[in-house]
Design a protein around this ligand. Structure first.
Ligand SMILES: Cc1cc2nc3c(=O)[nH]c(=O)nc-3n(C[C@H](O)[C@H](O)[C@H](O)COP(=O)(O)OP(=O)(O)OC[C@H]3O[C@@H](n4cnc5c(N)ncnc54)[C@H](O)[C@@H]3O)c2cc1C
Length: 455
């Protein structure tokens, strides 16, 4: 059944109850102290979590199937929020890495000794990924605009061999690095900002004790305390632009009936993923619709296996606490409190998609494949590997976004964010210059509220 309900007047309708949507409400109510606004948040799912998904706390450690870590220095907006709410943090320590590539276990010293099974040029043998990256950077006479017009793969391949590019991707553990769409400049950003990459500087990375869900819960409690209304199970399906307002159509299910309601809003913040925006009928200019093609959604998978003891500790004492492999399991983090975390992107993530989708009915198929890949790394009979006492997995069709080649991140972000004279504002991680991070999502909200609407 479809029915419309009477108009409700609100000032700001926020579509999407992820971290950007909740933070937008919090910022208006607490930092800007706006008392004359009604804020409604419409969230399509049953809970305001978005790409933050704390599944469990295992021996004090948060099992984060979405966002997990942040840096106090690289992520100042998030850090300020964490400190403001006095959320406890704990260090994220996976610096001690080793590799399993092309069937060989390699430590740092093995790579330096030229033992990686890649057909590298003479000047590439024995080099780490940071050496290969620095060599490219040092020898490139390209301007930023030229690097942006090429893919990151092409940028590397101008200076290092194709095998070295493959080694770079395999050894860093991120398939997206050689994606034909990833712009050179966004690849540079990814490499320079990422905690796992180029293992040199001592940047401090942290988890939130109790998980990122603690931040979401705190935001939710605070905004509702100041009168914001959160409507879960309310999917926005259409926005209609009027002279002085926007009509927001939302669909909700009640007793197996689909009900469509509409609300008149002064402004709408669209804080949803790029592909979810496409499902909403929108009165946007062709220029804005085209601009959205500037970002590429990247699929991701996270899996956790929890145990009663760290059966791998003999291996990890010898080899390290972070293994990067070229198998679909890709990255294995030996976590505190007896757990292993596995993290893959792009084609390696797609490898797990069906196994995860069917794991409710066939858990053994997913676990069996994980055990098989672990047994290759440890050269052990898979049936002899200890079984986890619990297993968590999540496939994200859009894990994060990256900027495509030839894109202009600042221009696109500003265009979609709109001006104060406009009424529909697109914000959140999808079009953040700092895409891929909670920090990027929060930055877009700061720009919208401090820079555009309430300067
Ligand atoms: C596996 C993984 C690991 C990550 N690791 C980190 C990390 O370690 N550190 C870090 O900083 N970041 C990390 N990120 C990125 C981080 O999670 C995101 O940048 C951030 O959560 C994005 O927030 P958002 O509010 O912009 O979007 P989202 O969290 O995607 O929120 C959008 C919300 O909109 C809702 N929605 C969609 N369509 C509609 C509709 N039509 N109507 C109403 N609601 C709708 C969705 O249900 C969702 O709740 C990771 C992401 C993933 C997937």
């Amino acid at each position: 059944m479809v029915e419309t309900q009477p108009t409700q007047r609100t000032t700001i309708a926020i579509i999407g109850g992820g971290v950007s949507g909740l933070y937008a409400a919090w910022k208006m109510l607490y930092e800007k102290n706006l008392t004359d606004v009604d804020i409604h948040i419409y969230e399509a799912t049953q809970k305001c979590t978005g790409r933050i998904s704390t599944a469990w706390i295992h021996n004090g450690f948060p099992i984060e199937l979405g966002a997990a870590r942040f840096s106090k220095y690289v992520h100042p907006v998030l850090n300020r929020l964490v400190e403001h709410f006095q959320l406890k943090t704990m260090p994220y320590e996976y610096a001690n890495r080793f590799w399993h590539l092309r069937g060989k276990k390699l430590g740092l010293e093995d790579i330096a000794a030229g033992k990686a099974a890649y057909e590298l040029r003479e000047n590439e043998v024995g080099k780490y990924t940071d050496n290969l990256y620095e060599y490219t950077e040092k020898n490139s006479a390209r301007t930023e605009a030229e690097i942006n017009a090429m893919s990151f793969h092409e940028y590397l391949a101008e200076h290092i061999s194709e095998e070295a590019c493959t080694f770079f991707r395999d050894a860093e553990g991120y398939d997206l690095l050689l994606g034909e769409w990833l712009s050179g400049m966004d690849g540079v950003r990814a490499v320079k900002q990422h905690p796992d990459m180029l293992p040199k500087g001592e940047v401090s990375w942290f988890h939130i004790v109790g998980g990122f869900q603690t931040l979401m819960k705190t935001l939710e409690e605070q905004i509702t305390a100041r009168g914001a209304k959160i409507f879960t199970n309310h999917r926005c399906i259409e926005l209609v632009q009027n002279e002085n307002s926007v009509t927001v159509y939302v669909e909700t299910n009640q007793n197996n009936d689909s009900i469509v309601k509409y609300i008149e809003a002064d402004r709408v913040f669209l804080c949803v993923k790029r592909l979810d925006i496409k499902d909403i009928a929108l009165p946007l200019s062709q220029e804005k619709l085209d601009a959205m093609e500037a970002v590429e959604p990247v699929p991701m998978v996270k899996m956790f296996a929890t145990y009663t003891n760290s059966w791998w500790s003999a291996f990890s004492r010898r080899d390290g606490n972070f293994c990067i492999t070229d198998m679909p399991i890709r990255k294995i983090y030996y976590g505190p409190g007896h757990h292993l975390m596995f993290y893959s992107d792009c084609q390696s993530a797609l490898y797990w998609k069906d196994l995860i989708a069917e794991s409710g009915r066939k858990p053994e198929a997913l676990l069996g494949e994980v055990q098989r890949q672990l047994s290759v790394i440890y050269r052990m009979d898979p049936t002899k590997l200890p079984r986890p006492n619990a297993f968590y997995s999540k496939f994200w069709s859009t894990g994060i976004h990256v900027w495509r080649r030839n894109s202009e991140p600042i221009k696109v972000r500003n265009l979609l964010m709109g001006t104060a004279a406009e009424r529909i504002h697109i914000a959140g991680e999808s079009f953040a210059v700092n895409a891929g991070w909670v920090e990027g999502a929060l930055e877009t909200i700061n720009l919208l509220i401090d820079g555009v609407l309430y300067p």
